[in-house]
Design a binder for this molecule. Structure first.
Ligand code: FAD
Length: 407
């Protein structure tokens, strides 16, 4: 078993690390405080080819592998997880379904701008009553006179409301097969009458990422906007979310590494009892734990990312992916632990009695709040835990069967 990154993978990681340090990090605080979307950063990530990393050269992509994309997301998220999720959602949730299930026409119409990062495509699965239980979709699309007429609502949809958002792929009920709803995926371009992007959320973190609720009122798109097979929506989103969740785990590793970097720097700089606190053994233990947990999570994520898309590795991917995402979500929870928060965020301490100013306190609260999202993406931590308890292996096999049917 070879754990070394290839020369190409190392080059991508190093390029993204430099880009994150030189371009993303200096802008991160302003974007976060002003709740701004980083258009210029997205343009530059497009020029670097990051939005096309895992796609073939035929569609303008870089022909790289999925691990390369995860390396890029990890490094960018080390500087700003809001920018990291913009890249993750654009590639894994926006472009990937079009790349994997789109017709030739759909691919040639949309992918050139998406893989170049000139436009962003969103993925609308979650609804007010369908989150972890995504199969409970209520949005309807009725086939009438050569069109799909869509009515319903989606929520928490990333990259749906920017100036460069080109559209969204939604899941909708298009009929029934016996007692079961027939779910299909339909592409809705921005600006279609009846498609409304509502006011963005006031989130606790990820302020440089764009997230909106959407509503559809008699929104009509041509039948050709069906993505993949009619009734294939459920299988398609399972496939889409598998890659998305590995990439989210990579994003969490980037955040964990950023926590470790900041903790280490602070522990060397902060003096107590006549020495930098890094000399006190209790602090050394915490730092050692953080370093170890980060590396364990990174290894799991790389293993899942390497297996993803390889024939015969589906079972490994599913299992490792779930563990990796769960593990990384837990360690990015450091931001919520007052002790770790004190270490890496001590400038903006939790200790209210220390006269810390409101903005600074909010930074820590935001990190703590933002971490919640690493557990929620795709489904919540509670749901993931209950799946594991019921027998992760059985579930993985079932999901794989569904996936095998879809492909
Ligand atoms: C910032 C952000 C960006 C997002 N971007 C997108 C996007 O681009 N596209 C998209 O489609 N979705 C997106 N989502 C939605 C995300 O995928 C959902 O939040 C996720 O699926 C969970 O759904 P939910 O929030 O409705 O919570 P629910 O699943 O409804 O959970 C609600 C509560 O019930 C608990 N719960 C749920 N199931 C169980 C169980 N089995 N056992 C015990 N407790 C349980 C949960 O822990 C939680 O407390 C985004 C979310 C956020 C926060």
């Amino acid at each position: 078993m070879d754990f070394a990154l290839s020369h190409e993978q190392q080059a991508i990681r190093d390029t993204c690390r430099d880009f994150a340090r030189e371009v993303v990090a200096p802008a991160a605080e302003k974007l976060d405080r002003n709740h701004e979307f980083g258009y210029d950063i997205v343009r530059q990530m497009g020029e670097l080819g990051l939005f096309g990393l895992p796609f073939s050269e035929e569609v303008g992509g870089a022909g790289g592998d999925f691990l390369s994309l995860c390396l890029a997301i990890e490094e960018i998220s080390r500087a700003d997880a809001g920018v990291g999720i913009t890249l993750e959602a654009a590639v894994c949730l926006g472009s990937s379904p079009i790349y994997s299930f789109g017709s030739q026409d759909q691919k040639s119409k949309w992918l050139p701008d998406l893989v170049a990062g000139r436009k962003l495509w969103a993925f609308g699965l979650t609804e007010p009553e369908a989150g972890s239980d995504a199969g409970a979709t209520k949005t309807r699309a009725d086939s009438r006179n050569g069109s799909w007429v869509i009515n319903g609502a989606k929520q928490f949809i990333t990259n749906s409301g920017t100036e460069i958002s080109a559209g969204v792929t939604i899941t909708a009920v298009t009929g029934r097969t016996g007692d079961e709803p027939e779910l299909s995926a339909i592409m809705v371009p921005t600006g279609t009458p009846g498609y409304h992007v509502l006011e963005s959320y006031r989130k606790l973190g990820w302020h440089s990422s764009d997230t909106h609720p959407l509503s559809f009122e008699s929104c009509e798109v041509p039948v050709e906007n069906l993505l993949g097979k009619r009734g294939g929506g459920y299988r398609q989103f399972l496939h889409t979310l598998t890659g998305g969740r590995i990439a989210i785990a990579a994003l969490s590793v980037g955040v964990a590494q950023a926590c470790l970097d900041a903790s280490l720097a602070y522990a060397k700089e902060r003096h107590a009892f006549g020495a930098p606190i890094s000399r006190h053994q209790a602090i050394q233990f915490k730092l050692a734990d953080m370093a170890m947990e980060t590396e364990v999570a990174r290894t799991m994520v790389y293993r899942a990312a390497s297996a993803y898309g390889h024939e015969g590795a589906g079972e490994t991917t599913d299992e490792v992916r779930r563990l990796a995402r769960y593990r990384t979500a837990l360690i990015s929870g450091w931001a919520k632990d007052p002790e770790f928060a004190r270490l890496f965020g001590a400038d903006a301490t939790f200790d209210l009695s220390d006269h810390c100013d409101f903005d600074e306190l909010m930074e820590v609260v935001e990190l703590a709040g933002a971490d919640q999202v690493y557990t929620v993406h795709g489904f919540t931590e509670d749901f993931a835990r209950s799946l594991r308890r019921k027998g992760i292996r059985a579930w993985a096999l079932e999901a794989n069967e569904q996936l095998a049917l879809a492909l």
